[in-house]
Each structure stands twice: as C-alpha cells, then as structure tokens.
Design a protein. Structure first.
Length: 678
C-alpha cells in the first residue's frame, strides 16, 4: 500500500478558454481522385472557396494562400501540381476551422472562465477582434525610415544592451540564431559610449562629426544607418514589448503606413463559461504528477553543469555582476545550448529503463493506455532522483472531455493534458491586452526564494515575424528590459543593474544596488529551446531562478521516445500523455506509388501497430485531426510525411468523437494557472 500525497498545487485565479469560433466548416465536395485532372481540382477549390465566412477567415490568416486560390480560380491556367498544393493547404484550413482551438485569427479565440460548483456554458456571436500591424511589414517601414538621416534627426536612439565585446569586436544578436559582428573602431566605440542612455540621433551625429571632422558626412551617416540596421542601436521608433500597439511611438506618416498592413487579429470570444471545481482538482492532480515524474527533478543537465562552474569559480554567498558572469571571455558565458541547441549524449538512466519496460509491455499486450498507480509513480519518481524545490507556479493546458453538461456536473469527464507552461502567464500573457484586469493577480504569485520580488521580463522576439508573441502589457511593478529602447524610470531595470549569486544550492538573481532578490516572469509562450526565437540572455534571465527546479512541460518519455509506439498514461481522470506512433517514410511505398498502393501499405502498418483511424498529426506544437478512412486525410498525411525533413510523422490518438459534447461540440482547450501550496 502506498502513502497518499496531497496536491502540490492550487488554483491561481481565472482560467482561459481557447475555442474554435465555428461549429461547422465549409461544405466540401468529394476529394478528387488520384487521376483527377486540373479542372476537378479547380472545381473542388471553387466549391470550398464559395463559403464567404471561410474565405474571409483564411484571407485574414494567410493572405498569400488567398491570393493563390483567387489566381487559380480567376486567373491564368496554372500547373496541376500548384493547384493540388493549394487544395491541400485549403483542406488543412478547412479542418482547422472547426477542430483547432489554438487562438489564430478569426478561426479561434479566447475567453476567461471561472470554477464553480456547477458548469455553465454560453457562447454567443458578438466576438471582438483586435487587429495589430503586421510585424514584418512594420519592421521594413521602420528600417527605411531609420536609413534616412533627415527623418531620423529628432528620433532618439540607444545602445542595444544585448551586445557584447570580445577580442576587439562587437557582437549583437541578429535575425534568428545568427549574430552580427563588427570591428570595435574608434567611431563605434564613441557611439557605444555616447548612446549608453537614450540620445537624440542628431546629437549623436554631431558628436561623431566633432570627433571625426575629416570623415565625410555621408560615411558618418552610413555608420549610424548600419548600426541601426544590425540592431546595435535601437531607436525609439521600435516600441518595447510592453507596448501592445507598436505603432504608438511612430510619426503620423509612418504610423499610417504600418496600419495599412495588419496581421491576423486576436479574438476575444463572446462567451461565459464556468467549470466544476472537480476540473480544477484534476488539473492540480495532473500538474502534481507531471512534477513528480519530471525527467530532471533538480534542473536540466546544462543548468546543473553551469551551477557547478559558477560555484567552482566564484564560490557561495557572493554576488557577481550579470554582465561579467555571462561574458564568455572574462566570465562563464551562458549555459550549453543557449544560442545553439546542443546536449551531449547522456547515459541510460534507471528512469529510462522503467519507461522502456512500461512502453514495451503495453505494446506486447496490445494496450494503447496504461493506468498509472501510486506505486508506479513513486518508483518512477525515485528513479529520476529527489526534488529539492518545486516550480512555484505554472499553467496546465488541456482538453476537458465530457459528453454533456450533465455528465460534466456529475464528474464524468477526463482531462487530456496537452502541455504545461514553464510559468504562470506564459500561455495567457500575450492576451492580457484583451482582458485589462486579468494580469493583476500575477503580482501575488509565490517565488522559489522566499521573499523574492516577482518582476516582469520584457524583450523583443529573436525573429521579427514573432514580435507579437512577446508583446504583453506591464502587469508587475518592476520591469527588466532586454534589447529594447528604454528610458530609465521608476521600477525599470536593465542587465547592467543585475547580479547573480549562489546560496542553498541554487543560483539567484538580485538587484546589484540593493541586494533585493528578483525572479522574472516572461509572459510569452515562445519555446525557449527554439533559440532562434528568444535572445539567449532573455532565456537565461527567465530560467535562472528555476535552474535547480524540475522543468514541467509535457510528459517526457526519455529514451523511450525513440520507440515506434508509446502508450497513453492515465492517472485518475487525467490523460497525462496520449498514445503516440511514429510513421516513417521507409514504412511505406515511395513517392511514385499510386494512392491506392500507398493507402494499402499504410493501413497494413496501422493494423500491425494498432493505430486507430482517427489520429492527430503533430506539426511542432500544432495537431491536425485526420480520419485515415478518407482520401483527403490520406493525401494530407502523405504530403506531411513527404515534407518532413526527418522522414517521420508523429501520430497521436485522437479524442473520442463526443469529447467536446459539454461545450456543444466546439473544439476547445483550457489553460489553468496554478501556484504551489505553502
């Protein structure tokens, strides 16, 4: 008999519903056969495109596809291959229009919900769309403006605090994972010194002219334009990430140009939802089990090695300036994998062996799911190692599966976990502008270090197109700004104001001037492991306080992930992870095979591995529902497999057909903020 355990977490306020807007998609005629001619594909596209709502929604989400379809329907006769690709893309959108809950344009939106004694659901049609400028178009317009000396005259600029100096050169992050470097010439050194704090562009140009009178004016202007282009200088035209509408600081002419190019809107759903408190209890339970089963209960190997290096070099009970610690020449630099994904091979662990045995046994017995017992959880927990500290807060994202409102109220439901976020606010932060009062509760979240102050981290995404994913209004009194144009002010901190220390087995962040401990909240769902989307220093600041805590996300199978099949893991009413299969290109006929031959081999593979007809095809963090009895789904799966750089398609068991019955059949997921119990 195993000992009972209390939940590690409790609710931290309102949750967020993410739901599809439409219950029905466009009417789709039969999918063209393998020998279909051009006119058959064009006819299929015309029928689907005739749905006004669908056409307008797709046009907002993917203007390029909309233009392509319009060209096919009304323009010149294109090649059959091009028409077929457009039909496949349109088919994906048609499926997602009703079966995808992730907020995206007019397809799906968000609403806040509460927990109560009984369930209540009302979804109207007065949804509110909030449009913002397209980041790529706005970046191009600002870059053109910054290249014009005359127009920049009264604009302020400052040095990007993400830059570093090494070996007589200056390095600054560029688009994605790339980095720009240039020689630290006397002129560059003057700019770095003069623009430490915001300075008017014309004043900076005058300083250059005074110091280098023999240099031609166009060369001095060219230098400043280059430094702005490579992001070594940041101008006040580029609004920091806490400004929800990035057109606010722009001159009228530039603002008007930016507002002419808008991106897919954020949608606030016209919905009132209350869920039974039993769902919150199940979310607490699922988060507790995922924490106990984390692969790295004392932090990732990269962070553990970094902590060892820090203590070897600096010792305990000492605080070192952040800029010195992260300097690769004079300090430690950043942990392994920050900037470039890398993880050295690790030995097979006892946890790996237990999970391999569990998955292998399920496969041999023909079981798609394994019900975890308390004893199994304790054995896996012990195999991974003892936790020192739990994450102080996080968010759990999942689907409430129940056939009706009555069943939900009776407790007849399952919570299918999609993932957990690294911290509260990660999933919902970018929607705070839709719910002005929603962010206030985050100031009261617990911290790893007792008495530490929670501050908000603000930074630009590493790729321009992801800019809106890091924009969230300021909800905490203190702010740490990285890589942005900012003036100093009350509650404003920069990397130069911070220090790193070590005590009680953990690294911590502190304000250097006062010694006040800080823990940073980054309100963005961007995956930090995708380093080309997050400046490495921003990731460092967001993770350091939790470096010795388990990273709770989805269930990590460890070495068992290489298996062709892993079963679903259930605990009580929670599906902690769904059943998963790997379909490889080599398992099926080549590209030249006809559809019937390819489908026959696929269904034979499905029979051998026990794969159901209804699956979810994983595309990074998105899932596309397919019914592999249908020709359209077969072609979509084949196209996905052909496009895979690894030659692998990951399939998950789909939810039952009535899983969304309690919410009227509407595709949905919920985000539940949780905080650690005292």
């Amino acid at each position: 008999m195993t000992r009972s355990r209390h939940s590690l977490y409790q609710g931290a306020g309102e949750g967020m519903l993410r739901a599809a807007v439409n219950l029905a998609g466009p009417d789709m005629p039969p999918w063209p056969g393998p020998d279909a001619r051009l006119e058959h594909w064009r006819s299929w596209l015309a029928a689907v495109w005739a749905d006004d709502t669908f056409r307008q929604t797709v046009s907002g989400a993917s203007p390029d596809l909309a233009r392509q379809v319009q060209s096919i329907l009304y323009g010149r006769s294109p090649k059959e291959r091009r028409v077929r690709r457009a039909a496949l893309a349109t088919a994906r959108y048609a499926i997602r229009s009703t079966r995808r809950s992730a907020p995206f344009g007019l397809f799906a939106g968000v609403a806040l919900f509460e927990f109560d004694d009984t369930a209540e659901v009302r979804v109207g049609d007065q949804h509110q769309a909030v449009r913002r400028p397209d980041p790529v178009a706005m970046d191009a317009a600002i870059s053109d403006w910054e290249a014009d000396t005359e127009r920049m005259s009264e604009v302020e600029v400052c040095v990007n605090n993400l830059l570093r100096q090494q070996g007589g050169r200056v390095y600054v992050p560029s688009e994605g994972a790339s980095e720009f470097s240039l020689a630290l010439t006397p002129a560059v050194a003057l700019v770095l010194d003069a623009a430490r704090a915001p300075i008017q562009y014309s004043a900076l140009a005058e300083k250059l002219a005074a110091e280098f009178p023999n240099t031609a004016e166009h060369h001095r202007a060219g230098l400043l334009a280059q430094l702005l282009r490579v992001r070594l200088l940041r101008s006040s035209l580029r609004a920091p990430a806490t400004v929800v509408d990035p057109t606010v600081p722009l001159p009228p002419a530039l603002r008007e140009a930016a507002q002419n190019h808008v991106t897919a809107p954020d949608l606030r759903l016209d919905a009132t939802v209350r869920l039974p408190k039993a769902v919150l209890t199940e979310a607490d339970t699922a988060a507790t089990v995922l924490t106990r089963l984390a692969m790295h209960p004392t932090g990732t190997p990269a962070w553990r090695r970094y902590i060892e290096r820090f203590t070897d070099r600096y010792g305990e009970n000492v605080e070192v300036a952040l800029e010195l610690v992260t300097d690769p020449e004079h300090g430690l630099g950043l942990p392994e994998g920050f900037g470039h994904v890398s993880e050295p091979p690790r030995p097979m662990t006892r946890r790996d062996r237990l999970l391999l045995e569990l998955a292998g046994t399920a496969a041999l017995e023909g079981r798609r799911a394994v019900a975890l017992s308390g004893a199994m959880i304790e054995e896996l927990e012990a195999a991974a190692g003892k936790r020192v500290v739990n994450p102080p807060h996080l968010e759990l994202c999942g689907q409430v599966q129940s056939g009706s409102m009555g069943a939900l109220d009776r407790g007849d439901f399952r919570l299918r976990v999609s993932t957990a976020s690294r911290a509260a606010g990660s999933f919902v932060g970018r929607f705070w502008h839709l719910f002005p009062q929603a962010g206030a509760r985050y100031a009261g979240l617990p911290t790893v270090e007792p008495g530490a102050e929670l501050a908000q981290l603000s930074f630009h995404a590493g790729r321009v197109r992801a800019d809106l994913l890091t924009r969230a209004p300021q909800v905490l009194p203190r702010l740490v700004s990285v890589g942005e144009f900012r003036h100093r002010g009350k509650g404003m901190l920069f990397p130069s104001d911070l220090a790193v220390g070590f005590r009680d087995g953990r690294l911590y962040l502190a304000e250097a001037a006062t010694g006040r401990r800080l823990e940073l909240l980054a309100p963005t769902a961007i995956n930090f492991v995708w380093n080309n989307y997050t400046p490495p220093l921003a990731r460092f600041l967001a993770e350091i306080s939790r470096a010795a805590a388990p990273q709770v996300s989805w269930f990590d199978w460890g070495a068992a992930w290489t298996l062709p099949f892993t079963p679903a893991l259930h605990y009580r009413r929670s599906i902690l992870v769904a059943a998963r299969w790997k379909l490889r290109t080599r398992d099926l006929p080549g590209r030249s095979a006809m559809r019937d031959e390819w489908a026959e081999q696929l269904h034979a593979w499905m029979g051998r591995f026990g794969v159901p007809d209804r699956v979810l095809v994983a595309e990074e963090d998105q899932h596309l529902p397919l019914d592999l009895r249908q020709d359209m789904s077969l072609d979509l799966l084949r196209a996905h497999l052909d496009a895979s750089p690894t030659g692998v398609a990951v399939l998950h068991d789909a939810p039952p057909p009535d899983a969304d019955g309690w919410i009227g059949g509407r595709a949905h997921s919920i985000v539940v903020p949780l905080k650690a119990r005292s």
